[in-house]
Design a protein around this ligand. Structure first.
Ligand code: AMP
Length: 181
């Protein structure tokens, strides 16, 4: 099964992604994590990624597509995966032809996400400044909301209320992707 998780920062994507990975026996990967790793490299690509990420903007579609495609060609992702953080723009969604089964949208309000992030204990992330988080939410509303409509139109979108408990959200996702009960 190939699943995509979409939601603003603080929506619970990595929590649910890891739970789903365990339950379904397929690997979880996140583009945010991949980019954070690349940002540590002292190369021009690393420096570019670091700068863009820390400001809360998106990495270019071209670079993102190149990096994600390369990752998904690895043998461990052959039988499926849970992909968090991609696609984030219409251009990425249109270029990405990978036989996706379902796209799960973890819906939380901007307010709830900001509240959760301010209490998060892994606050050592350089890209988690309030300015960057606000910019990321703005970019989500502008660029990623249309991606939801794109998948809704082709009948692949599963919309879940991300503000309930971790277990409740998890059960709603399982039902939405036909693995509940
Ligand atoms: P995340 O952990 O998903 O919030 O991602 C952190 C940062 O990585 C984002 O703010 C972007 O700068 C970058 N990023 C992650 N996924 C993508 C994507 N699909 N397209 C462009 N940039 C991305």
């Amino acid at each position: 099964m190939k699943l995509i998780l979409i939601g603003i920062q603080g929506a619970g994507k990595s929590t649910q992604g890891n739970l789903l990975s365990e339950k379904l026996g397929i690997p979880y990967l996140s583009t945010g994590h991949i980019f954070r790793e690349l940002a540590r490299e002292k190369t021009s690509l690393g420096r570019y990624i670091k700068e863009v990420m820390n400001a809360g903007y998106l990495i270019s579609d071209e670079k993102t597509l190149q990096i994600v495609t390369e990752y998904l060609h690895r043998p461990e992702y052959e039988n499926g995966y849970i992909l968090d953080g991609f696609p984030r723009t219409i251009a990425q969604a249109e270029a990405f032809k990978n036989g996706i089964d379902k796209v799960v949208y973890l819906k939380v309000s901007d307010r709830e996400a900001l509240w959760r992030l301010s209490y998060r204990d892994d606050n050592n992330r350089q890209d988690e400044t309030l300015t960057a988080i606000r910019k990321r939410i703005e970019q989500f509303n502008l660029l990623t909301k249309p991606v939801l409509d794109y998948y809704r139109k082709i009948g692949k979108l599963v919309e879940v209320n991300g503000e309930s408990s971790i277990e409740e959200v998890f059960q709603s996702i399982l039902e939405g992707i036909g693995k509940g009960g």
